[in-house]
Design a protein around this ligand. Structure first.
Ligand code: ZN
Length: 272
């Protein structure tokens, strides 16, 4: 079940989650997709929103069309990245057709209306951020590498530096991802996390030499360190691996996993 700050929506057969605090920002559209409502196989009606070897480009295009239609957004406004588990963000100004989706990086920031910022995921965490006053919005992709590298604090600080966002006003929503119940890593990673985010790794209770990482907790600590009040950080609280009936999970499904999308955009005009 999602935490109180979120709701599960179903429109035009597409299931997705939204954060209530972001829902209340006038003119803002956002969503965290699920695996339901598309045309992709494996098993069927899968909403795979990214190019993967087992799916056809036509399916992905139709899935994106359906997802964006449910959100009253236009697919041609979509801006994505070539995600590389880095700590690098990009600022986009202007029209979406001027943006190269092959740009390497893991977060996007804009203030332009009519640009739907999106990241693609299957276990890594999506984070959406918005400042209702300056109207800067951001979309972040954070797995363990990006979290360790500081992709979230870098992006939040980019919003402050480039658009004058006040951290006290920023709203931050953490979507579905692999949580501490399932995020197992080798002991070689534990020291780095102990140093960067104390308290978020613990020895695996059953697998000797393995550790469990609490990435959402690390992201919350990083948001707090960036000056975001605790009450403005929302966590969906759902694990993609435990809930592979609802979400795609790379660790649960391997190479056959689809990809979900987290998207955030200012809506152009009335109902877009
Ligand atoms: Zn889990």
């Amino acid at each position: 079940m999602p935490e109180d700050g979120f709701q599960r929506c179903e429109k035009q057969g597409i299931a997705y989650y939204t954060c209530r605090a972001l829902d209340q920002v006038p003119g803002l559209s956002h969503a965290f997709s699920t695996r339901h409502g598309g045309v992709s196989p494996l098993p069927d009606k899968a909403l795979n929103l990214s190019r993967v070897s087992w799916d056809s480009p036509q399916n992905v295009e139709e899935n994106r069309r359906r997802f964006f239609s449910a959100l009253a957004l236009r697919p041609e406004t979509l801006a994505t990245l070539c995600q590389i588990h880095s700590s690098e963000f990009h600022i986009i100004n202007g029209a979406p057709h001027q943006w190269n989706p092959g740009t390497p990086g893991d977060a996007l920031i804009t203030r332009s209306p009519g640009l739907a910022l999106a990241v693609q995921l299957a276990d890594c965490f999506p984070i959406l951020a918005a400042d209702p006053v300056t109207r800067a919005i951001a979309c972040v992709h954070a797995g363990w590498r990006g979290t360790l590298g500081g992709i979230l604090p870098n992006t939040l600080s980019g919003m402050v530096q480039h658009f004058g966002c006040d951290p006290l006003r920023l709203l931050v929503a953490i979507g579905p991802g692999i949580r501490s119940c399932c995020m197992e890593v080798g002991e070689e990673l534990a020291p780095a996390f102990k140093q960067a985010c104390p308290g978020i790794s613990r020895p695996h209770p059953a697998n000797l030499g393995k550790y469990l990482l609490d990435l959402p907790q690390a992201l919350k600590l990083q948001a707090a360190a960036a000056g975001i009040p605790e009450k403005s950080v929302f966590d969906l609280g759902m694990c993609t691996r435990c809930r592979s009936d609802e979400f795609f999970s790379y660790r649960a499904e391997g190479a056959h996993a689809g990809r979900m999308m987290a998207v955030i955009s200012w809506v152009l005009g009335d109902g877009c």
